[in-house]
Design a protein around this ligand. Sequence first.
Ligand SMILES: [Zn+2]
Length: 455
Amino acid sequence: MRRKNNSSSILFLIIFGGIIGGVVYLYNSAMFERDVPKIEITQAQYWNLKEPIDISIEDASGIKWYEVKMISSEGEKVLKQEALLTPQKKLELKVEYPKMSYGIKDKNIKIVVTAVDSSKWDFFSGNTGTIEKSFIIDKKKPLVTLITNSYGIYKGGAALVIFKAKDENLNDMYVEVNKKKRFKVQPFYKEGYYVALVAWPVSSKKFDARIIVNDKAGNSARIHIPYYHKAKSYRTSKIKLSNRFLKGKIAELAYDFPETQGIEDSIEQFKIINEDVRAENEKLIHDITSKVSDKMISNFSIKPFYPLKNAAKVASFGDHRLYYYKNKKVSESYHLGLDLASVKMGKIRTQNYGMTVYAEENGIYGNLPIIHHGMGLYTIYGHCSSLRVVTGDSVKPNEQIANTGKSGYAMGDHLHFGVLVQGVEVRPEEWMDKDWIRLNITEVMKNAKKLIGRS
Ligand SMILES: [Zn+2]
């Protein structure tokens, strides 16, 4: 008897435990999960009605039904509703606005998303998730008007543009060149007006500049700037590398640069210095010279640059140099400044106000001060022997900033004078020419102020 009693209570315990276990199992299984579907609307709170709204819904047991509703003062409207035969764990929805309702007057609407999962929880009805998000409807494109621009632009040169831009929900604006480079704009003279210096990169055959203004709802306005394109040819020269040069200057530089450590071959050393080290040094220059202030600017008076007195030009801007060794082309590069030489350790002066943004050694450029003159216009002075400025120093017209030298990749004592517009090297000759400056910068700005003053 005792025995039988014992075994029946064991059986009871097994069955009871099984039921408890089963309930615990079901309670914790995906089938009975109690998490509501996770819904997300990623868009900002502005909507132009043209772009669809991106909605993502996620649930472990799968979504079996969802609905996207729009609520405005004009009533409720279902934008999308779907019952899924096969529940989905993740849905990425693109909800379009119905074309026939495009005439909506209400500027403030609400989007409500509801989703039900396929969990057996809540007496098999599933978990319901819902979120709502307010949107401001903005169907209007930003208003952009060209005020004035420099008449023409040379390949490798710079030009000015002044325009007006307006939008209730302005997001960003820039001048895009060749669908690639974006030039920042700076507020100009009166609220709602903007100015930018732009550049035609010397290595680009074609030039196309447009002003692009975007609002927060995704409306975009773009206008073409009608510069007259002026072709300019630059020299391509073949340079034969001599053993004297390779065993001299290149060996000396290779000894210094970390990139050429352990490289024995002279041609390989030259290639690394002329390509990799140059690219790195120019990237630093481009990064530093890409900055533009967002303060309003009214005056921008630039005098012609004349950095070195009684100097002779020893190399031009834009030279495409092809390097040969034993009749084989081994490397190439663009010379992106003007080389000037006078006496050893000649005094370098800048003719314009500016701020020293860099004054250190920079690889093949040697000791290099970089000066910002405002509006994204920068000048650089390479191969200096000594510097008279430090980063953060402001400079005045005719102040001495350095002495010429042959630091970096330079054969003799000279100055590498470079001008950059927002990180793009431009022809220094333009900024050394008082007539060019007057016609393309000073008068364009003066004219713009007159036009703006009248409005
Ligand atoms: Zn140079």
